[in-house]
Structure formats: structure tokens, C-alpha cells
Design a protein around this ligand. Sequence first.
Ligand SMILES: Nc1ncnc2c1ncn2[C@@H]1O[C@H](COP(=O)(O)OP(=O)(O)OP(=O)(O)O)[C@@H](O)[C@H]1O
Length: 320
Amino acid sequence: MIDVLGLRKVYRDRGREVTAVERVDLHVREGEIFGVLGQSGAGKSTLLRCVNLLERPTEGTVTVAGQELTALGEAQLRRARQRIGMVHQHFALLSSRTVAGNVAFPLEVMGTGRAERARRVTELLELVGLADKAKAHPAQLSGGQKQRVGIARALAGNPAVLLSDEATSALDPGTTQSILALLKRLNQELGLTILLITHEMNVVKSICDSAAIMRDGRIEESGTIPELLAKPGSRLAAELFPLPPAEPGDITITFTGQADEPVVSQVARTFDVDINILGGALEKVAGLSAGRLRLRLSGTQRAAALTHLAERGLLVEESR
Ligand SMILES: Nc1ncnc2c1ncn2[C@@H]1O[C@H](COP(=O)(O)OP(=O)(O)OP(=O)(O)O)[C@@H](O)[C@H]1O
């Protein structure tokens, strides 16, 4: 649904060149929620703004819903952008307009007639749970309510794709969860493809099907959550499940889906090994139970025990 190939963005800032995004490829499948995770300055906003060409890439191509945006002129681009909704960290609402007026704004720009506009605004406000706030002004709303208005406005043009620029980072944890639940519901009910950027692991953990980790303008790893968790040395796995520092010979096992099986005690019994559990964490990620354990194993059948764990589909990594 979104294909970014060889994307590069260089800003020229007072005679200096700043490379914000360097040779990035990104493939977001139809109907998925894809999270780009990274620290401040990693290039996430630039990448997102290049996807709807609010920022023109220095190099590379961007294709959304089969249309190569990087090949379009300004007029065609304006039309194509109507099918790409965007949600902002600080909501970007018009303070002089009511909630209904804010949601109606993109419809006015598109030339939608008055009656159809009113019908659509009502429908959108119901969708985000704000039907009773149509006549309120943004200043009278909580942060979570403002973001719901932002989401309704982003959906006005019936977009195939929603881009979310840190939609929850100005919100408290409880409100964050309710906005994430709304995004997930819209994803499932409308089949909306969502590309979001965030610096919060919690966002990826709660709603993303796939993720990429970005650092210094580059994508370090990218894939579905189970793929990323199954990859040796995965940064996503390490950040999702922080463990104490390892000593040489310590074993880290990462698992998705096998959380209900008593694997460790079975291995201890079958291979007569002593197992020390040094740390561990279990989480629900992308709807799957996943976790990591740091173990110290000793016994004459240690190697056979490790092979058995790997054969059971667990990722087994030994620290050096
Ligand atoms: N308009 C601009 N002109 C010059 N440099 C810019 C511009 N926008 C961003 N940059 C630089 O590009 C790099 C990436 O910035 P970007 O905002 O994309 O990162 P980010 O990961 O979204 O960070 P944050 O979460 O803090 O916004 C940074 O070094 C930033 O200073």
C-alpha cells in the first residue's frame, strides 16, 4: 500500500547540508498498522512527511495505493493527498472553528456540497465517539478529545492510508491507550492502512503489526513483529524486553506464542541441567504472547538442551 524506495532527504540549512533520511526502503502492506520507532532526530518526521510529499525527497520514489507520488505535479499531488489522512502530535485544530467546523474543513476544500458535508461530519464524529461535541470549540476539549477531532478530520476524504505523526505523545497514558484503541478499531473496521511514527515502545507493543527501527536517518531493522522478535540480535526484542547485562555463556531465549508451555522445566528434567533464571519479561505484542528469558545453564548435556530449545522454535542466543 505504501512503497518507499531509496528515499533520501537532505536539508540545506544556512549553507550546511543535513541528511535527515538516508537510503530508506519501506514497504507497508494494505490493512496493516506499521510503526516507525526511533529517538528524537532519527528522521521519523521527515520520513513521514516525505510519504505524502509535504517534504519533497532529494532522491527516491514514494508510491501510495498504486500511485507514484514522486512522479506527480502539484495539482495532481493535491488530489492524491486527499486520499492520505494525517494526524498530528499537537492536533493542529483551528481554534476559531467548532469541532464540526474543523472536521468539515477538508470537505470544504474538496468542494463537497453543504448537505453531504453535514451528513459526513455527523458520521465521522459518531465514528470517533464525539457526536455530542459537534458545537464545542477546541479550547473546551481535553487532549484526547482534540485528537479524536484530528482523527475525524483526517478521515474526511475517505483515505486509504492514515499517517500518524506522534499522535499520542502529548497525551497521558490512559488517554494514549484510548486513542490507540480507536486507531486499532478504525484499522479493523475500515481496513485503514496506518503508518505511524513514535518514540514510544508502548505504541508499537499495543497496536502495530509491523515495525521499523530508525536511527541516524536509516532503518536498522524492519518486518512484522514476530519476524523481528525471531531475528538474532534484534533491537526491537531487546527494547521490548529489557534484561540485565549478560555475562559470557549466558543464554537469552526469545519466544512468541509458546508462553503457555513449561519449556524450561521440561528441558531441565529431560537433559538434567541446572537452570538459573537471571531475568525475564512477558508481554502481549501484536496480539501474541511473547517474551524473553535470560538463563544460565550448567550440566553435561547443556549443548543438547540448547539444541532442543532451538528445535522447539525458540530463538536461542549465547552471550560471548
Ligand atoms: N527543515 C529542516 N531544515 C534543516 N534540518 C532539518 C529540518 N527538519 C529536520 N531537520 C533535521 O533532520 C534530522 C531529522 O529530523 P526529524 O524531525 O525528521 O527527526 P525525528 O526523528 O522526527 O525527531 P523528532 O521526534 O524530534 O521530531 C534532524 O537532524 C533535524 O535537525
